[in-house]
Design a protein around this ligand. Sequence first.
Ligand code: GDP
Ligand code: GDP
Length: 462
Amino acid sequence: MSFTLAIVGRPNVGKSTLFNRLVGKKLALVDDQPGVTRDLREGEAKLGDLRFTVVDSAGLEDATDDSLQGRMRRLTERAVEMADICLFMIDARVGVTPTDEMFAEILRKKSAHVILAANKGEGAAADAGVIEAYALGLGEPIRLSAEHGEGLNDLYSQIMPLADQFEKDAVDDTPEVDVDLDEDSDDEEDYSVPMPTNAKPLQVAVVGRPNAGKSTLINKILGEERLLTGPEAGITRDAISLRIEWGGVPMRIFDTAGMRKKAKVQEKLEKLSVSDGLRAVKFAEVVVVLLDADIPFEQQDLRIADLAEREGRAVIVAVNKWDIEDNKQEKLRELKESFARLLPQLKGAPLITVSAKTGRGLDRLQEAIMRAHDVWNRRIPTAALNRWLVGMLEQHPPPAPQGKRIKLRYMTQAKTRPPGFVVMCSHPDKMPESYKRYLVNGLRVGFDMPGTPIRLTLRSQN
Ligand code: GDP
Ligand code: GDP
């Protein structure tokens, strides 16, 4: 299956140049034909081993009247509607303009997948513009030179995983869910993202040591919930994942237990369950680490929880077999203490007690998954972030190594899934870890983001 990539951006940033490079031939549509209104152009693009349809939304140069903004907006919206991926291009030598910001806003609201490219990126004149591009809140910009063919590898590596996903979805025939992404989008103070964000099933992995109760848990969920597809009695259970609707939410659960049951040779078991765990973590948006209440926080549990955090997944710890626990209150206190001590990197992540056998606590687990996913996808408006930053700096000014105060200028959220922030500052290399931790913990509290990994990057700007 093929997918469509639309190149959008204001006039003269280099969209046609990139289009021509991807399509591989010089099309006769050029800038020096006054009065020619180009509309959306389509071509078959080739980039490495990827083949896709590319759409160029150029052609607005000729609109000189004040309807330019409106036309640009309409054309962009059309391009976004027809495209699976939007490549949003700015001119790195010019930097971010108000028109670029208008585009970014449309894309943030309307497009499921945006790739940000800072074009004309050859040479030092583009440095500042590339850094500015972070402030658009559309993730890490690719530094591109459409004219010189530079940065195409980076473009490839951003498109490739999405291409994989579209192929998988084509096979899965994922049912469509209508989501109104426009809802509440004008409300600056609303940090929540509508669920599900892109009408795809929420990807969950249940990992844990053998006998923790993974199979029992998944079967219980299956037993109580409607399955979406499947040949026999509505059950699909392939080696990789199963699709269900849990509490009305489409989910895809990575089933390591199901895979393990297929392993014939017993001694391979341990090895298999470790590599399964790794695969599961790669696959998942939310990782549920299932513990046996009797033997919680074993080495293997800690390793997989840590891996999930490092991979930037939302993590939930679920303690199973709670039905046979006698002293629940005392046990819970112990568990919380061990959790805080052994997995400090997961500060604030939920700890849920469940019984896979009786089904008790599964509704709370479902809610925790939804909430973790929501936080993981959260986008905080730049204005709110910077207001918050001012307060943080006042409350606790940054250090001054060798008498030189580190100045934090402004910050923006560069990515979601998990939330990643960029702070522009002087002497980023001198910033102590403790101050970074202060900011990260402050973000967690200030914007209610418990449990999700938060990435904070410092960039130099004097
Ligand atoms: P569009 O209006 O966005 O489609 O922009 P064009 O593709 O027509 O390019 C506008 C101008 O920028 C042309 O003169 C291009 O030659 C030039 N241009 C495009 N890409 C680059 C680049 O990577 N580096 C430089 N220096 N110029 C570029
Ligand atoms: P897996 O290896 O992680 O898939 O674990 P299983 O689902 O095969 O469960 C291992 C054992 O624990 C089985 O004997 C289950 O019946 C038992 N078990 C699983 N969940 C629970 C639970 O919530 N309560 C109790 N009492 N036993 C459970």
